[in-house]
Design a protein around this ligand. Sequence first.
Ligand code: 6R9
Length: 635
Amino acid sequence: MSNYHIKHLEEYYQVYRKSVRNPEVFWEEIAEEHFMWRKKWDNVLSWDFTKPEVKWFEGAKLNITENCIDRHIYTRGDKTAIIFEPNNPDEDAQHITYRQLHDKVCRFANVLKEKGIGKGDRVCIYLPMIPELAISVLACARIGAIHSVVFAGFSSSALATRVKDCDAKMVITSDGSYRGSKTIDLKGIVDDALNDCEGVESVLVAKRIHSEINMKEGRDHWLEPLLEEAYHDCVPEIMDAEDPLFILYTSGSTGQPKGMVHSSGGYMVYTAYTFKNVFQYRENDIYWCTADIGWITGHSYIVYGPLANGATTVMFEGVPSYPDYGRFWQIVEKHKVTQFYTAPTAIRALAKEGVEHVENHDLSSLKVLGTVGEPINEEAWHWYDDNIGKRKAPIVDTWWQTETGGIMITPIPFATPTKPTYATLPFIGIQPALMDEQGQEIKGNQVDGRLCIKFPWPSMARTIWGNHQRYKDTYFSAFENKYFTGDGALRDEVGYYRITGRVDDVVIVSGHNLGTAPIEDAINEHPAVSESAIVGFPHDIKGNALYGYVILKETGESRNHDNLRKEINQLITEQIGPIAKLDKIQFTSGLPKTRSGKIMRRILRKIASNDTANLGDTSTLLNPDCVKEIMDGVL
Ligand code: 6R9
């Protein structure tokens, strides 16, 4: 029996039992046999959720890029590591072998060093899905710099917030990016952001769209000539297993985005092990995850997990609708993709366009299909199963989070029987618990509650950058001695989990986590707005869309409402990005509040969702009258 590669259900249960009975022995064996360490650990695990403090493989030394690149050169140096598929189907794809990747990462790492970047420095990466993105991530890891990738759809002020929060010394960007038929002026966005970020000493600029851009003397440098001159080898920085590998920001229900900090050793072990099993990756497979590397899915399952396994991973620059809705399937056919991993929102959008975009492509290479990011509804699940996998490729509905680093609840294909809308069973080593509102664990099956994790796993985030107290308050304070996920879940009669959605003020729109507070802050900056509240409501394609209730100042009340709506969405686009725009904006004279002044979002959510049969008790509100006004004016 192999603990590393699980192939059937019996094996899953055996390995699972082993992993939870004696986690340290289990993870030690996985770490020892499948990775390259410069020095072994002194201690496999120490943990205390009350502090909270978790350390895996303490005392071990490694560099993750040796595991993701160097060691493969001897066994599969000429194998393609990354296939880059450009936005425009007429542009040639690029195949980067492991040997070439080594060369590119080393050169890039040397450029970083030459520009004064060293171990522990933060580097912000704001790039489109071009090879330089994966390469710059790995180059940071090579020299022990902490990368903080910011999704290149975020606005300049969202970028500035993230650059400042981690005090980045450098920003890596490109002149611009392609997105379907559009181009985006990325460098202009960076310039705007940096007006406000004094700590940034240099900006490296990759050439992608060949646009005219402004280069600030002394600060900005074109990347290409620097790479050409750089030496092609770079000795890896030897890191402690617990040294931070990267920061990645995720939205909270309140306040600023949270910079989740991930470790070098535990993160590597867990992402590699989950990748191998959840996608049943075999040596000649071609794996494609359609996420952006700006999200955790891209970090763990485009870059680190696949490369640690010596896999071939596809990076797609474009969008599913360009030049037409058959683009994904054309790419599957072209590269003979074997594992395909995407988000429910993409599946719903493509399903809506009809099967004719699928039918003229040969999808017979597909063996495993995956979804991530939000609950998948039954209709989308069946469409995916019938039309893409032709009922032969199991669907892995993978539940996890930026904070968890890797996949936590998921079927193992060909082992776990799947069930639509269920993420099914905990992955090896993961110990979930459902909790009631009194803080008690709910045992047994056919129950639902708040989803927690009882025991540490190697890739859990170790802290929030610069704010350990917030890490404790957010994740370890709701339930004693447990990690609280913020999600609700149910467990069916055989122990399968179904994630029912967020139980806090985070709304997942098209698979992107959006905190309502920062959006409200943006709206409230409009001179005509006095107060606002945002909630999610069900949307056919996006899963959820945003509904805004806005109170205008007296001066704004006479203004044209359609113009105001446009201005509000413009503000949100500037401050956060177009993904956070509101679908509906209702103007009202009041918002339902508790006596302590808290907005009762539960009521607003129900009204926005047209679910007003049972609004609950509104009599205790400070201002019950406004509920009727809001219901009468609902959009
Ligand atoms: C990987 C990722 C995390 C939140 C999470 C949950 C939702 C993710 C899901 C899912 C139902 C799934 N979520 N996968 N809900 N089924 N298979 O998406 O990380 O962006 O941090 O989002 O996404 O609500 O708490 P992140």
